[in-house]
Design a protein around this ligand. Sequence first.
Ligand SMILES: *[C@@H]1O[C@H](CO)[C@@H](O)[C@H](O)[C@H]1NC(C)=O
Length: 418
Amino acid sequence: MRPSKASVTQTWLLLTQLCLLKDFVIRCVREFIRRAKSMLLSQNMVAESAEISVISVAKDPNNFQIAEIRIHDSVCIEIPSSEESLLLGSVKSCSANDIDEPDTDEFIPKISSGSYADKGDYREYMEDEHICIDDLSDHLGSSFFRFPVPIAFYGVFDGHGGSEASQYIKENATRLFFEDAVFRESPSIVNAFYLKELENSYRKAYLLADLAMEDESIVSSSCGTTALTALVIGRHLMVANAGDCRAVLCRKGKAVDMSFDHKSTFEPERRRVEDLGGYFEGEYLYGDLAVTRALGDWSIKRYSPLGVSLSPLIADPDIQQMMLTEEDEFLIMGCDGVWDVMTSQYAVTFARQGLRRHGDPRRCAMELGREASRRESSDNVTVVVICFTSPPATPQRRRIRFCVSDEARVRLQTMLES
Ligand SMILES: *[C@@H]1O[C@H](CO)[C@@H](O)[C@H](O)[C@H]1NC(C)=O
């Protein structure tokens, strides 16, 4: 004997109309399972492993529909469209902050990375440093750091005037960027509001890192470093840059620059520096520095007591954010030694060929680095390659978030408590 379809559907209808917040939904679903189970048991149908999956057919998360509910393989309820609209009648739309991402875009790339660092022929020290952390939550320890989605962190730091500054940033990066400044609180969802906050505190982290170097006696005041960092949170990519390293995204084979090169040849930077009274000799700021933004270099930096930079050389990064899609294949981060001898598009095409052949980001980073050397880069070369792999498609099965009217919520509350 089977439970009547109508009674199960009715219970579900009532419950779904009444769910509001996430934990409320969980309670609702549990309650529904409990009731469905007892209904099945009372009718001598064993359902030890009752399970519900909801299939969304809507593209707009504000206007979802429930197509089917499965309690058990033997009990599957399809909701006809007339009932759907009934159900939608009392569903009120979510506020923007309640939605992290549209259900249709629940793409979260799988991440793997590789890096390569080589010294060029003409300098005395390897001044480049880099950092690759594919799983930041794990790296920092889960008790400190709880994130609702995977999170990864990468950095390339190209030092000048010695290697202390780049080493300092590399060694202290997770503390400077995550413990001191940015992630005091992990969010429960990653939404537009959170990403804006993140951008602000990330910017602050750059400035704090810069100030920290002023205090540290181990970093001499004529020593500095550029800092290019990338953060991947779920499907959000955020790239911050101060200096002339560069990050390039491969979108279906096309190169998309994710940072600007802060040097005299980049017109907006040149203008910014000159507006502040700075000058270039040749391509060098004050005849000395190849970059217009960097951390450290305190011998030529000055801040007002309010933390406003008084010199053209600043640590303030440009920050670019991007929502990754299935078309985004990988990100290349490289120091100027790479970009001196190849264009963004050349690097992307070159890397893509390699990855198609072997799929190994480490090997790809090495091949890119060697290609740069072959093209006679006289600089130290550092390359990081981060691959975004799409998980195999699981069509149509999506998580759903419910939002309903207050009146409906009160009805459920009453029902659950009775
Ligand atoms: C990292 O920071 C600490 C504390 O400021 C400092 O003592 C240490 O030398 C730094 N590491 C490097 C490699 O500079």
